[in-house]
Design a binder for this molecule. Structure first.
Ligand SMILES: [Zn+2]
Length: 118
């Protein structure tokens, strides 16, 4: 995956997380023992109701991967990319691997988006 495509994935994650989270990006299960499917944001607005879906495991997963977490991921990934791409438009000198395609850290970030070539 080239850097431009990787940056586009991060931009899209950020855009979607900001739209979903608004001013209240932290989601949680207020009472997972009795209403595992109910997920609320910090303003107590409902994200999902406790109905036949999501399952208990899915609800726990959703609440752990809220917009705030996605925004933290995007920030961390951008910091990693900045460290590995600031010295050259084509090569990573941070870890002395040469081309970005050979940089294990850039490849690790790209793998989140399904690129496992690196
Ligand atoms: Zn590198």
């Amino acid at each position: 995956m080239d850097l431009e495509t990787l940056r586009q994935h991060l931009d899209e994650d950020e855009r979607v997380a900001l739209a979903a989270g608004g001013d209240s990006p932290n989601w949680h299960q207020p009472d997972p023992e009795r209403e595992h499917g109910r997920i609320e944001d910090d303003a107590a607005d409902v994200v999902t109701y406790d109905e036949s879906a999501p399952s208990e495991a899915q609800a726990a997963h959703i609440s752990r991967h809220d917009p705030a977490r996605v925004l933290r991921w995007v920030k961390a990934a951008r910091q990693i990319l900045e460290r590995h791409t600031r010295s050259s438009p084509t090569s990573c000198y941070h870890c002395a691997r040469g081309r970005y395609e050979d940089c294990p850290d850039v490849a690790a970030v790209a793998s989140v988006y399904g690129d496992t070539d690196g």
